[in-house]
Ligand binder design. Structure first.
Ligand SMILES: Nc1ncnc2c1ncn2[C@@H]1O[C@H](COP(=O)(O)OP(=O)(O)OP(=O)(O)O)[C@@H](O)[C@H]1O
Length: 628
């Protein structure tokens, strides 16, 4: 990245805001993305950001809500204090929405910071305070440093800040740790210090939370096991129940793996419980040093979100839910699979395409044979051929010594599930079609074809018919795989969402723990659009439950910001009992009204906000909400 002066950077930002152009390499990608977001919601860089300060009692409530986060972060915050004093900066802890809960550090800078509202009780989310380390780290879900004029608002260019989000062992963002100082003096190690401290906080959360689980600590370097640099995975029985970032990254996984992956799917060797490290191999063949600790040291308690010793709720998953139409489609799909007719499953992300495919497998005649799932979008183009069709020993440089069967042959006798088939490169489509027609595959580097027998299920979120008409998907392959298409409905189109909510809540353990959702919360949950469909819906319920105390009645305060917003919209409109789907029209209406008012005010957000009788930050929030 080119180093440029603050004034030059300010000019670059102004030019970008005026005409959308920017020279490559001037600012980092996260900053540029943030500038675009801020400009899209109509923030005006010359204005003073609207910073509402919570009253003392509101702030106290917020601090009580996040008491555990505050308590568990305290050692790191205090550890950073000396550093902050020496560099004339302050350490800040915010909640998951960027609301500043606590600051500590240099008194002189604290005063200056307060002049730009960098103080407890003010939210530094991006929609109110523009590009800034706290808000941008939340949006990016990763560490961010924002120096001087990289801030969106001119007035904040006196600041230099570095922040990193704190993630729970389930991958939920629960807070942000930040160091802020004067643009001229903040030293260059700030970012590294914050990351390290966040690592330590997350490590501590893990240690205290998962006492009742089987914990695997591992690292490629034996000396790192037992330090904050280790990978951590918690297993409930055999299933991955929680993890730290390093643990997931070492295995090439993301948070989606929680609640889904089993120990045996991740590692090929076992580790016996002991205090000694042993060597453990991942399924990909990577070698780690690891140590496993079995459950239950009775004297310790788990206290992540509560002061009283409670048993940590276990993250459960839900049974696949199929409405009547989908149930009928499932029966038909099973009959077709038994008759060796391919089935194509279509639906938005998270509507359960893979779940549906697995259900077909579980009910069809091949249920005791393999189910091999291949994500065509995730396979690098250079590897897709060898992964699917296999290769002979020494077929190409980098190939495994013994050769590879390939996924098509691994599915022999069972079911092959090709997910995101619309993303399969066109050259590979021809080979796949040949294999389907001839029912044999020829591994790379081999002159012999091998017979294969599998049933084919494919899934896509794209419109394959259109793709085949426009030539981006082979029409002969399309006709081969799309003889029967099942369309899975998005969650927002399911008519019985209250019922689904109740069923899931019970399955996740809500009833068992006597955690009750109040009516407004239920209204928000059934009325929200759920763009991530079941995946997002189930995760939101899991998070609510994990954060709740047993016996608690959850009100809208327990909801994340975007769902709180839904509740707010509803109560403002005096209709808390809208039918599913009505949210959409409400959103459109609100957006239309906002747009109309903005047009009338020639795009001046402050004027439009006055006219609508809301304050400017509310209007920004709403604009953002309406676009989601
Ligand atoms: N019908 C369902 N009943 C219960 N939970 C579901 C259902 N469908 C999806 N889920 C939840 O959503 C998660 C994602 O499901 P799945 O991977 O099958 O979706 P998908 O449509 O294949 O998504 P993508 O297109 O993004 O790969 C599941 O792990 C599960 O938690």
């Amino acid at each position: 990245m080119t180093m440029i002066s603050s004034t030059a950077l300010s000019r670059v930002r102004q030019k970008f805001l005026a005409d959308g152009n920017i020279e490559a390499g001037i600012v980092s990608a996260p900053i540029l993305r943030s500038w675009k977001r801020c400009s899209n919601v109509g923030l005006v860089s010359e204005e003073t950001p609207s910073s509402q300060v919570l009253t003392a009692s509101e702030l106290r409530n917020a601090m009580e809500r996040d008491e555990t986060l505050l308590r568990l972060s305290r050692p790191e915050i205090e550890g950073l204090y000396a550093n902050a004093k020496a560099t004339g900066s302050i350490i800040i802890l915010t909640d998951r929405d960027g609301l500043i809960l606590d600051t500590i550090g240099d008194a002189g800078f604290s005063e200056k910071a307060a002049r730009v509202s960098l103080q407890p009780g003010v939210s530094w989310g991006e929609t109110s305070n523009g590009t800034n380390a706290i808000g941008t780290a939340i949006m990016e879900r990763g560490p961010v440093a924002v120096h001087g004029s990289e801030h969106y608002f001119d007035k904040q260019s006196i600041l230099s800040c570095a922040a990193a989000p704190i993630l729970s062992p389930f991958g939920d963002l629960i807070g942000v740790l930040d160091i802020s100082g004067h643009a001229r003096t903040l030293h260059t190690h700030a970012e590294g210090l914050i990351r390290l401290s966040v690592n330590q906080i997350e490590h501590r959360l893990f240690e205290r939370d998962f006492d009742r689980f089987r914990i695997l600590r591992f690292h490629t370097d034996a000396a790192m096991v037992g330090t904050v640099r280790e990978g951590l995975l918690a297993f409930e029985g055999d299933v991955l129940a929680a993890a730290n970032r390093r643990g997931l990254a070492s295995l090439g996984l993301d948070w989606e793996a929680i609640g889904r992956k089993k120990f045996g799917e991740l590692f090929s060797s076992k580790v016996s419980p002991s205090n000694e490290d042993s060597v453990i191999r991942s399924r990909e063949g990577q070698r780690f040093h690891g140590r496993i600790r079995e459950t239950g040291r009775a004297h310790k308690t788990s206290v992540f979100f509560s002061q009283t010793p409670v048993q940590r709720p276990i993250v459960r998953s839900v049974e696949p839910y199929f409405d009547e139409d989908t149930g009928l489609a499932l029966k038909r799909a099973v009959r077709l699979t038994d008759g060796n007719v391919p089935v194509l499953i279509h639906g938005e992300t998270g509507t359960g395409k893979e779940i549906f495919a697995r259900a077909i497998h579980g009910l069809c005649a091949r249920k005791n044979k393999p189910f091999v799932a291949v994500n065509c979008a995730a396979l690098p183009e250079s590897l897709i051929e060898s992964e699917l069709f296999g290769y002979e020993e020494g077929a190409y440089t980098g190939a495994r010594k013994k050769g590879s069967l390939g996924l098509l042959r691994e599915a022999h006798g069972g079911v092959l599930f090709l997910d995101e088939i619309g993303d399969m490169p066109i050259s590979m489509q021809a080979r796949l079609l040949r294999a389907l027609q001839e029912r044999e595959v020829r591994p790379l580097g081999s002159s012999k074809s091998v017979p294969v027998d599998f049933c084919l299920l494919c899934a896509t979120h794209r419109n394959l018919r259109e793709l085949s008409q426009s030539g981006s998907f082979r029409s002969d392959l399309y006709y081969r795989i799309a003889q029967y298409t099942v369309s899975l409905k998005p969650v927002r189109d399911l008519s019985n969402r209250r019922n689904i909510l109740d069923v899931f809540w019970r399955q996740l353990g809500g009833r068992e723990r006597s955690v009750v959702l109040d009516e407004k919360v239920r209204d928000s949950l059934v009325s929200y659009d759920w763009p991530g469909n079941f995946r997002e819906f189930v995760s939101a319920l899991q998070a609510l439950l994990v954060l709740a105390e047993s016996g608690e009645i959850l009100s809208v305060d327990a909801l994340p910001a975007h769902l709180r917003q839904v509740a707010e919209e509803y109560s403002e409109n005096g209709n808390s009992k809208r039918e599913p789907g009505a949210q959409k029209s409400l959103k459109c209406l609100t957006k239309d009204l906002m747009q109309k008012t903005l047009d009338e005010c020639s795009g001046n957000v402050s004027q439009a906000a006055r006219k609508l009788g809301v304050n400017r930050s509310t209007l920004y929030r709403r604009l953002k909400f309406a676009d989601n």
